[in-house]
Each structure stands twice: as structure tokens, then as C-alpha cells.
Design a binder for this molecule. Structure first.
Ligand code: GAP
Length: 459
């Protein structure tokens, strides 16, 4: 297991252009981040892999892309207006507010304080003498709703309140009947969505781990109630395999954690997390799997007055299907990738290098074109190859500054699997040197074979 610190990952991400603090020229804006050129490519590649694994590769999945604004009743029906809250305590001097469970966890009193009631929290704070981070006494705990509220329309009053989407799955539930009707799908089948989510988190710390704006990658699988346990187990295994097989994560960095009954979220009858070991931060939740029963369709049918049942064409049975949910936080998976692929290794006595060991399909650039010299026609030849590979749809980088050794190191940090060097022999025999990121082994390949050679994913 890697013990790299969060601080190293934050610095590396910024230095290389994976992730920048958002609005930085204005001093940043708490817990908001922009994906830089390398980060945006990595993010798109993760999306592609996720989509392939969860949708394309299967025959029982559909995908939708829902709106961020939804009817406010959606959030009443889902239970978020009444119940989606964290317990906060206030510093009695500075009036700053803190998540009570986080203060208790940070004080080393317990690992998971999320299930504590307000009374239990108040008792622990008094008995253990917990103070605010500024050393002042704390108020008693009070519930605080996490939905981000706004107003839509020309006036601001109670009739124009709208919420930004608090969890991505809700579009799937309210659209479910239309998906059945338009696709003519029969149970069991699933609906996937990658969607933006907003939560007014009070404790925003640990870089991208907990932010107020993030994306969720959701699979909601609809089935007959009798089959829900079976599909729940199947999806648990399938999602775990995604991390090891598709993203190449080490088994040692992953673990399962079942939620205790008093910790479980209101809509779930069973819940498991896939935890990832975020270096020195240790194991933390990366994806949540929930056995949701028919809670969501029951609620939406009650609040909307619409019939959302499914009519089984074989048995004529009519019912609200059960739902198995797999919900991964995109930004957390992204952060996990930063930890997983970042490595420092000794090349020889007294010389180390940083390598971003992303698998070929996830690497931001598949190759980099490096002319040995800018002069003598080498630069022009390199640009010609660069343009040709880009035209073939291969995302490659171009680097002509500094020694070839320095450029190799730069590309190792970018995670570029292959460096292609154009030298004097290239001008005579139309071949180039290809250097492998991980083994540093070099071989000679003809220019005409490059496209096919790179597309064959030899990694
Ligand atoms: N629909 C179920 C749901 O929203 P959740 O456990 O609240 O469940 C699912 O969220 C996943 O979303 C989590 O496992 C986590 O990866 C991610 N997530 C939740 N809150 C987050 C936050 N504030 N910042 C980044 N990711 C978050």
C-alpha cells in the first residue's frame, strides 16, 4: 500500500496540470477545482472506461443524462428536504460551524461517528472536552440540511425555491417509466448516469475527497423483488472488478465495509462501501452500494400521483421494481487514480524519477513526439508525425525543449506510455525510436506502422 501524503498528491496535481484550485487568481474558492489539460484527458478516459464496463460491455443497460434542476417535489419525495442533514456544532466565539462527527473522528474517539444522534454527540463533547479547531467551546449539535437551495424566476420567495441536484440517481427514478416505454426493456435491466451533484458540505477538506460540487457515476438496476438479493451480490462483485480489472487498482488498496444498522442511510435496507486506501489518509469510502428496495418508486408514485408500476408481460404481475444502486463519486475515483498511479522509483544510485503509471487506456497522452533537435529538418519531421497521429485520433503530446533525458522524465510524470524520438536515422530510413515508460526499454519502429502499433494497446 502506498503511503504517499495528500500534500504530495495536491502539489503534483497542480504542478503537472491535472487539477488546479478553481478561481485561483482571486485566492481560490473553497473546495472547488478545475481539471487542467492532463486532468481533463484523464477524466474523459475514466468516463470512457466506466461507460464501457457498465453500459457498452453489458446487454442489460441504458444510459440517460438528466437535468440538474428538478421539480422541488422530487426532493420532498426522496426524503432529502426533510432528512438529508448533517449534525453541526458551532464555535461559541467565532460562530464557525463544524461537522460534529468529523470533530469526534479527528479527536481519535471513534472511526465512524456519522451514526451518532445529537444527544450522543453532546454527551461525548462534554465528557471528552472537545473544543473547536480554534480552541473554543462548542454549542450543542443541530441538524443542517445539505441541499443547495436557490430561486428560479423573477421573484425570490417560497414559491420559487429550487434545489440543485443532491444525488444523481433521482433523474433515473423519475424517468424510469419513460425509459421502459421508449426502449421496450423488460426486467431486469439497469439505467446508468454520470451527473453533477451539489451538496452544501460544511467540512470541505482533503482536496477533492469532499467537495460541494462533484459528479456521481451511477448504476440503478431494476429487478423483481425476489431477485434483488441475487443482483445486489452480482453488482457488488462487478463493481469491485471494475476497480481491479478496468482501472488496474491493486487489491491491497481496496476493501469492503458494511454499514451498521444505525449508520445506514434512510432509503437503504443494506449498504456496503468500496473503500480505497488514499495513501497516508488511509481507507475511505469511494463508492456506495445500496439495496434500496422499492422505496424510490413508492415515494415518487405517492408524491406525483402517477402509476410507476411495471407490468410483467409473462406473469401479468404488477409491482414497483426493487432497485440495486451502485454510486461512485467521480472526483473520489479520480483522486484514487492519482494515488494509485503516482509512484517514485529509483532509476540508479542517487537518481529517482516520478512515474504516473496509468494504464494505456487511461493515460492522458498515449505517446509524445520528441525531435532530437529542432534543426536539420528533425523538428519539421516530428511535427509532421505529430499532426498525422492526431489526425488518426491518437492523443499525443509534442515536446522539443530540453535534453531528451529531461523530456523522458517529464513524460513519465505525465503518464505517457510511449516516447517517440525522431533522430537523424529517421530522415534516412523512416523509422523512430520508441521508449517504454515503465521498463524504459527502447525499440525501433517504422513511421508507417506507428498508428497501428499505438492502437494495438501493447501495454
Ligand atoms: N445516491 C446515493 C448517494 O448519493 P452517497 O453515499 O451520498 O450516496 C455516493 O454518495 C458517492 O458519492 C460516495 O461514495 C462518494 O464517492 C461520492 N460523494 C458523496 N459526497 C461527496 C462529496 N461531498 N464530495 C465528493 N464525493 C462525494
Amino acid at each position: 500500500m502506498s503511503k504517499v501524503s495528500l500534500d504530495e498528491i495536491v502539489k503534483f496535481s497542480k504542478r503537472k496540470g491535472f487539477v488546479y484550485p478553481s478561481s485561483e487568481i482571486y485566492g481560490g474558492f473553497a473546495a472547488t477545482y478545475d481539471f487542467g489539460p492532463l486532468g481533463a484527458l484523464l477524466k474523459k478516459n475514466l468516463e470512457k472506461q466506466w461507460r464501457y464496463w457498465n453500459i457498452t460491455k453489458r446487454t442489460d443497460m441504458e444510459e440517460i443524462e438528466g437535468a440538474i434542476f428538478m421539480h422541488p417535489k422530487v426532493w420532498e419525495a426522496s426524503g432529502h428536504v426533510g432528512g438529508f442533514s448533517d449534525l453541526l456544532v458551532e464555535d461559541t466565539e467565532t460562530k464557525k460551524r463544524y461537522r460534529a462527527d468529523h470533530l469526534i473522528e479527528d479527536a481519535g474517539i471513534m472511526e465512524n461517528a456519522g451514526a451518532l444522534t445529537a444527544e450522543e454527540i453532546d454527551k461525548i463533547i462534554i465528557e471528552k472536552g472537545i473544543k473547536s479547531p480554534d480552541g473554543n467551546s462548542l454549542s450543542s449539535a443541530k441538524a443542517f440540511n445539505l441541499l443547495v437551495k436557490t430561486h428560479l424566476g423573477p421573484v425570490e420567495n417560497d414559491t420559487t425555491i429550487a434545489y440543485l441536484k443532491g444525488e444523481s440517481c433521482q433523474n433515473i427514478y423519475v424517468d424510469w417509466k419513460q425509459v421502459v416505454e421508449t426502449t421496450r426493456r423488460k426486467l431486469p435491466f439497469g439505467i446508468a448516469q454520470i451527473g453533477k451533484v451539489f451538496r452544501n458540505e460544511i467540512t470541505v477538506k482533503q482536496f477533492m475527497f469532499r467537495t460541494r460540487e462533484f459528479e456521481q457515476m451511477d448504476v440503478q438496476y431494476f429487478c423483481h423483488p425476489n431477485e434483488a438479493d441475487k443482483f445486489y451480490e452480482e453488482w457488488k462483485n462487478y463493481r469491485f472488478d471494475f476497480y481491479t480489472q478496468s482501472l488496474g487498482f491493486s487489491q491491497d488498496n481496496l476493501r469492503w465495509r458494511q454499514h451498521d444498522e444505525d449508520e445506514r442511510v434512510f432509503y437503504a435496507t443494506d449498504a456496503w462501501d468500496i473503500d480505497y486506501c488514499f495513501g497516508a489518509l488511509g481507507f475511505k469510502e469511494m463508492e456506495g452500494l445500496h439495496h434500496r428496495g422499492s422505496y424510490d418508486l413508492d415515494q415518487h408514485s405517492k408524491f406525483s400521483g402517477q402509476d410507476l408500476t411495471y407490468l410483467d408481460p409473462y406473469t401479468n404481475e404488477r409491482f414497483n421494481p426493487f432497485i440495486v444502486e451502485c454510486s461512485g463519486g467521480f472526483t473520489r475515483i479520480f483522486l484514487a487514480m492519482m494515488f494509485e498511479y503516482y509512484s517514485e522509483e529509483q532509476v540508479k544510485e542517487g537518481e529517482t524519477r516520478i512515474v504516473f503509471k496509468a494504464p494505456y487506456n487511461l493515460a492522458p497522452y498515449k505517446c509524445a513526439i520528441l525531435p532530437l533537435m529542432k534543426k536539420d529538418g528533425l523538428g519539421d519531421k516530428a511535427k509532421e508525425i505529430f499532426a498525422s497521429l492526431r489526425t488518426q485520433g491518437i492523443m499525443c503530446n509534442f515536446d522539443e525543449s530540453g535534453s531528451v533525458g529531461k523530456r523522458y522524465r517529464r513524460q513519465d510524470e505525465n503518464g505517457t506510455p510511449w516516447c517517440i524520438t525522431i533522430d537523424y536515422d529517421t530522415l534516412n530510413d523512416e523509422t523512430v525510436t520508441i521508449r517504454h515508460r515503465d521498463t524504459m526499454v527502447q525499440e525501433r519502429v517504422g513511421i508507417s506502422e506507428l498508428g497501428e502499433w499505438l492502437n494495438s494497446e501493447k501495454f
